[in-house]
Design a protein around this ligand. Structure first.
Ligand code: ZN
Length: 252
């Protein structure tokens, strides 16, 4: 390109496109970190579930033990009463009571044993979930570490590009630089666009043939698109980006 200032603007656009992409990548990182952490939530939930089962079983165990203790005290009382009763009827009534309470104790002991049998299984489940969580947690922290170091290298690249951008900006006149920055903000990060076969690649609208020739053959002036206002430069073939998206179309 003979026009040095236009050439600097084209290079500036290429740097800003890279900056734009890098910022997008950097902004995606926190979400990707969150996604990684979320994969562990399922283990936390599993753990809570098992712990809940354990506490239910432990509570039932305590309840049963309390009931058994109460009944045993009642039995003891009935037995000592029995030693002092005077009539057969009273004696028999107490015997019945004692038998009933014994049966109750047997039933409760059965239930208690059931609960006690569950507990080791639940403890084992907890250990399983813990070790799964440990393995997955390590995988996740490796991935998060990778994401953070990616972010760091993106940021380094970004800083280099910003420095490059500042150096290049100093070679461009204030007027063009101001227009460039305004366009960059307003035109979704594309301020400088190639014109290919009369079409501005920024807005896809075409210039008149006469104006197209002026743009193509100009050696010292800079033109802007008559439709979208972007700074234009002549390019013989389509820009890389459009050819990439054309390839994508074919693949779809
Ligand atoms: Zn345009």
């Amino acid at each position: 390109m003979k026009n040095l200032e236009l050439s600097a603007l084209v290079n500036l656009q290429s740097i800003d496109s890279k900056i734009y992409k890098l910022n997008e990548l950097i902004n995606q990182i926190p979400e990707q970190v969150d996604e990684q952490n979320e994969t562990l939530v399922v283990f936390d939930n599993k753990m809570k579930e098992v712990q809940e089962e354990v506490s239910i079983a432990e509570k039932a165990q305590k309840d049963f033990e309390g009931q058994i203790q109460m009944l045993n005290e009642k039995l003891k009382e009935a037995r000592s009463k029995q030693a002092m009763v005077k009539t057969n009827n009273e004696y028999n009534a107490l015997s019945n009571e004692i038998e009933n309470d014994k049966k109750k104790i047997d039933l409760i002991e059965e239930s208690l044993l059931e609960k006690l049998e569950i507990l080791p299984d639940l403890q084992e489940k907890i250990r399983d979930v813990e070790s799964e969580l440990k393995v997955e947690g390590q995988k996740v922290s490796v991935k998060i570490e990778e994401l953070n170091s990616k972010k760091k290298s993106y940021e380094e690249e970004l800083n280099n590009l910003i420095e490059e951008k500042n150096n290049l900006s100093s070679t461009i006149s204030k007027n063009w630089l101001n227009l460039y920055e305004t366009l960059l903000e307003g035109k979704r990060s594309l301020a400088v666009s190639p014109i290919v076969e009369r079409n501005c690649q920024g807005c896809k609208m075409s210039e008149t043939l006469q104006r197209f020739f002026e743009i193509r053959d100009s050696e010292d002036s800079i033109f802007t698109c008559s439709h979208c206002g972007r700074i234009l430069y002549y390019k013989e073939t389509e820009i890389e980006e459009t050819s990439i998206s054309a390839q994508d179309e074919v693949q779809r």
